[in-house]
Design a binder for this molecule. Structure first.
Ligand code: CAA
Length: 257
């Protein structure tokens, strides 16, 4: 059997999906995308998985879409390519996603990191949208998510020049949550994921949904949505447990109910 293109690992309640196509710098082939989304969707429905880390290797997170497969793709084939549904299905994942980025996160690789809810980067990480150098533009959400995260002027520069940025710039732009030493990037990402995994899972999912609404809606509609999600959180048993634990000065036991 061929090696898996995405390796599934578990660390307690955290699922770790490791892109595993080193000979192509983890280029996002249709097969790799299919394995990744199948794994993420399976974990998303598994109550024992409370946070998901998506990681590459030390030298590359992912070098983007598979250029070799793309070159001869016709317009009609591009319209029906599985990558189109991949991005929407990933975005529908309710479990928090943490990208653990070391080395290159380029093109679709940068877009995959941007789709995640948080990014922990190694000091060696490099982000960029080099599609313009190939005669195309980002097609996995890059123009939209990058502009929302780092602002229109800066996104415009990166998309129109293809310039790569390192972690100092990425941190200053608010693209990454934290920068880790080169031998600690995965451990730090797991640490962050474990903190999220210890939080009450229903409230975590509602919180993710509410923050993402800020990108989708105007303020008043977003505030309405937040109010409804907040009310749902108030209906959970976990919130009674969390508040009781605070008052009784003990650690809470969250059951996901
Ligand atoms: N697709 C297909 N193959 C790729 C690839 C990609 N995106 N990136 C690297 N590879 C392959 C190379 O062709 C090479 O294969 P061979 O051994 O058969 O020649 C192998 O991986 C190693 O690559 P390099 O020798 O280039 O490795 P490097 O370490 O010197 O450089 C790199 C690494 C900087 C990531 C460089 O490979 C690179 O620039 N890759 C392309 C990055 C890019 O342009 N990404 C955007 C793709 S388009 C896109 O993503 C569209 C979208 O929005 C969804």
């Amino acid at each position: 059997m061929a090696d898996a293109l995405v390796l599934a690992e578990r660390d307690g309640a955290v699922g770790i999906a490791r892109l595993n196509r080193p000979e192509a710098r983890n280029a996002l082939s249709a097969e790799l995308l299919a394995e990744l989304i199948a794994l993420v969707e399976a974990w998303d429905t598994d109550p024992d998985v409370r946070c998901i880390v998506i990681a590459g290797g030390d030298d590359y997170f992912a070098a983007g879409a598979d250029i070799k497969a793309m070159r001869d793709r016709s317009f009609q084939e591009a319209l029906a390519h599985p990558a189109l549904s991949f991005w929407a299905r990933m975005a529908a994942c309710r479990t928090p996603l943490v990208a653990a980025v070391s080395g290159y996160a380029l093109g679709g690789g940068c877009e995959l990191a941007l789709l995640c809810d948080m990014i922990v980067a190694s000091e060696t990480a490099e982000f960029g949208q080099p599609e313009i150098l190939l005669g195309i533009i980002p097609g996995g959400g890059g123009t939209q998510r990058l502009a929302r995260v780092i602002g229109k002027q800066r996104a415009m520069e990166l998309v129109l020049t293809g310039r790569r940025i390192g972690t100092v710039e990425a941190l200053a732009m608010g693209l990454v949550n934290q920068v880790a030493d080169r031998d600690e990037w995965l451990a730090k990402a797991l640490e962050l994921a474990q903190v999220v995994a210890r939080r009450p899972p229903l409230a975590v999912r509602l919180g993710k949904q509410a923050v993402l609404a800020a990108e989708e809606t105007a303020l008043s509609a977003g505030l309405d949505q937040e109010r409804r999600l907040y009310e749902l959180a108030m209906a959970t048993e976990d919130r009674v447990e969390g508040m009781s634990a605070f008052i009784e000065k003990r650690r809470p036991e969250f059951e996901g109910r």
